[in-house]
Design a protein around this ligand. Structure first.
Ligand SMILES: Cc1cc2nc3c(=O)[nH]c(=O)nc-3n(C[C@H](O)[C@H](O)[C@H](O)COP(=O)(O)OP(=O)(O)OC[C@H]3O[C@@H](n4cnc5c(N)ncnc54)[C@H](O)[C@@H]3O)c2cc1C
Length: 424
């Protein structure tokens, strides 16, 4: 068998792998990307059904990084700039997002319970709690914490809040003053406090369009999975038997997967640490409608636990280019620890409650498509930093650089994943 020699091999043609290849191109270094799918973009990609286009989960750009913005602008000069208007469903009521300072639609009884507990809380001062449940109770008071974010944690993170640490929170959860909470109980006319003021999206081609410039002139082998990496010979082997030798190897594939394909087999403590890295999987339930009778919100969260979907967004509201004329679309996101549900069960526990609540109408539905992603969100349990350091240090020690959301094993948005590749 002949072995081709390559200077740089990149595993995965998602946004981080493309970013790495883009940088190497600029340095006049040759590279080759191996990608298991038939096209590039990874989680930033999309799929089409009967003229409807769906991204792989919600996907907007809200980056403030100028280098990323330049690449995105060059790839997609025509964009929509949406002002975020997310909403929540809680006990069948629509509540503006974030719920904590927009409680107007709730009953007087619940508002009083929330305000009273909010007044009793001990706001975070110098020591930030290292456990998410304590952080939520300290930040919002017990009643709100238990009925909103702690319930949502079970749907989104697939664990109890006390099992999570808190460094990932950053500015992701709004922390209102008591005055804002009280004001939000009196009126629905409150200011937008979502952490991003503008959500950008390509007019044409879905979110993937932002990656166009990155993918131009790249040497990509599609439809071949990397199945083994030999760190001594410096070779990789693919599902189609291709063997390539590298000088430098960059990998964006999930750390536990990469560890499983290494030879020689890593020491037990490395394998143990990689097995302890936790991640949610997710279903995309994509629905095409023949009318425009869908909620007017770009995306919404479902707090009620009788609907197992955690979030819903509308591809047709992101861009009308995502649907045939006169039609609309939604995609529901259901998270899980493994592939836990059958298709029938998923429909019964996500679409059916929305029909029962008259949020969508059965007679408008053209199709329902269900897909599964193995890797959605990295779970920030209390051991994550230790375990990922052990695994990444080991990979570095054998000459493998890991990049991207699942190579850094972090809660990276697309811009951060891109930078992780660009900055190799
Ligand atoms: C639910 C959800 C919502 C999100 N919403 C947003 C958002 O609104 N805005 C935003 O900016 N970001 C968002 N993101 C984050 C964004 O999707 C990621 O940061 C980014 O896509 C990660 O890119 P990556 O290249 O690191 O990984 P990936 O996109 O996972 O790329 C890895 C690539 O490796 C390939 N691969 C895997 N195994 C192998 C193998 N054995 N051989 C060959 N190839 C292989 C995969 O097919 C894939 O193409 C969201 C993510 C999720 C999960």
């Amino acid at each position: 068998m002949s072995i081709q020699k390559k200077q740089n091999i990149i595993l995965g043609a998602g946004i981080s792998g493309l970013g790495a290849a883009y940088t190497l191109n600029k340095r006049n270094e040759e590279s080759i990307i191996i990608e298991k799918d038939k096209t590039y973009a990874g989680l930033c990609g999309n799929f089409s059904i009967n003229g409807f286009r769906f991204d792989r989960f919600v996907h907007f750009s809200f980056t403030s990084n100028e280098q990323v913005n330049q690449i995105f602008r060059a790839s997609s000069p025509d964009i929509y700039k949406h002002i975020p208007n997310p909403f929540n469903i809680y006990k069948n009521k629509w509540i503006k997002h974030p719920a904590q300072n927009n409680l107007f639609p709730l009953s007087e009884e619940e508002k009083n319970l929330i305000i009273n507990d909010f007044k009793k809380r001990n706001p975070i001062t110098d020591k930030i709690p290292d456990n998410y449940e304590d952080w939520l109770r300290t930040q919002y008071g017990n009643y709100f914490a238990e009925h909103f974010p702690m319930a949502y944690t079970r749907k989104y993170w697939m664990c109890e809040a006390k099992e999570l640490e808190t460094k990932w929170i950053g500015n992701r959860l709004y922390q209102p003053s008591i005055e804002e909470v009280i004001e939000g109980c009196k009126t629905s006319d409150t200011p937008i406090t979502y952490y991003s003021k503008e959500m950008r999206y390509p007019k044409y081609g879905g979110f993937k369009q932002y990656l166009k410039v990155l993918a131009e002139n790249q040497n990509i082998i599609y439809d071949e999975s990397v199945t083994s990496v030999n760190a001594i010979d410096k070779t990789i082997k693919t599902s189609k038997g291709t063997v390539l030798q590298y000088q430098h190897l960059y990998s964006s594939i999930p750390l536990p997967k990469l560890i499983g394909m290494l030879s020689p087999t890593p020491p037990d403590e490395i394998i143990d640490a990689s097995k302890k890295l936790k991640c949610t999987c997710g279903y995309q339930i994509s629905v095409g409608f023949k009318t425009n009778r869908i909620p007017p919100y770009l995306w919404w969260y479902i707090y009620d636990e009788d609907n197992i979907a955690a979030r819903v967004y509308s591809p047709s509201l992101k861009s009308p280019d995502n649907v045939p004329s006169g039609c609309t679309s939604l995609q529901l996101e259901v998270y899980c620890n493994h592939g836990d549900y059958s298709n029938d069960e998923l429909i019964k526990k996500t679409i059916q409650p929305l029909i029962d609540q008259q949020i969508i109408f059965e007679e408008d539905i053209l199709f329902i498509d269900i897909r599964f992603e193995d890797y959605a969100n990295v779970i920030f349990d209390h051991e994550i930093y230790k375990n990922r350091r052990i695994v990444r240090d080991y990979l570095n020690s054998i000459g493998i650089i890991t990049i991207g959301r699942f190579g850094e094993w972090d809660y990276l948005w697309s811009d951060q994943s891109l930078l992780s590749g660009l900055n190799i």
